[in-house]
Design a protein. Structure first.
Ligand code: MLT
Length: 261
């Protein structure tokens, strides 16, 4: 196993007993997006939902926002909790982090569920766009980015002024500028994970929101196709945030997968 990079102690929520399941949030959210799954899956599993460094209530170092840094913090948390292996559930950037864990610390990943995520690297245009957004977050704060993401992360029928959407907005504006800028640059630097997928021999699940404007079905479908034996579930009525838009359907897909392990 490779050495862990400068891990920091993460804030995390925890529920239940049984086989370990770690819920990894995407960008720029916090563990709170998984509240419904924590409560439901906590009946049969030991569920751990960390706030990634710089997000939620975790400390925000000036640097260290690469996908390996995030994955290393989670591995360190699992070690601290005495957990050898966990099922990793990664949402969007959390999926990139799960892929980083599979690259660096494969023995820590018993099975993986990828939610609204994919294995491609960024295009040159996307890298440039991320760099501009990173500069803007450092100069002007994270409000503009949170506001513009409100337009794209939910299925069209979701009421942006409703309680669920507003709670996600509050989470996004709570992210620190250094974590937002650092993660944007970290995502831009992530490698192409497609070549490693054929070698994966752990059980995997891919969950897609049917109306996801950010990660379309061509990307989630390809991820499921490239991993031998992956299960693929499409959640109707969900965009990029199936765990909060369709919490029961998302929980049921995760539970059905966990029961196969
Ligand atoms: C996420 O939801 O984690 C991000 O939108 C992923 C990305 O920007 O590639």
């Amino acid at each position: 196993m490779s050495e862990q990079p400068r891990a920091i102690n993460l804030h995390y929520a925890e529920a239940g007993r049984g086989p370990a399941v770690v819920l990894v949030h995407g960008f720029p959210f916090s563990h709170r997006i998984w509240d419904a799954q924590m409560m439901a899956l906590g009946r049969n599993y030991h569920v751990i939902a960390p706030d990634l460094r710089g997000f939620g209530e975790s400390a925000a170092p000036e640097e260290g926002y690469g996908m390996d840094d995030f994955a290393g913090d989670i591995v360190a948390l699992l070690v601290r909790l005495g957990i050898d292996r966990a099922v990793w559930v990664g949402h969007s950037m959390g999926g990139y982090i799960t892929l980083a864990a599979l690259r660096r610390w494969p023995s820590r990943v018993r099975a993986a569920a990828f939610v609204a995520t994919h294995a491609h690297p960024d295009t040159p245009e996307k890298k440039l766009q991320r760099e501009i957004s990173a500069d803007s977050a450092m100069l002007n704060g994270v409000g503009d980015m949170a506001f513009s993401m409100m337009g794209t992360i939910f299925a069209s029928e979701v009421d942006r002024q409703g309680a669920m959407a507003q709670s996600i907005y509050e989470i996004m504006v709570g992210a620190t500028p250094q974590a937002v800028a650092g993660s944007l640059r970290g995502m831009a630097a992530r490698p192409d994970s497609r070549p490693m997928l054929a070698e994966l021999s752990i059980p995997t699940l891919v969950i897609a929101g049917e109306d996801d404007e950010m990660v379309g079905a061509e990307l989630t479908g390809e991820l499921a196709e490239l991993i031998p034996g992956a299960h693929y579930v499409i959640i109707p009525g969900a965009g990029h945030m199936p765990m909060v838009e369709q919490p029961d359907a998302t929980t049921n897909a995760l539970r059905a997968f966990l029961e196969t392990l």
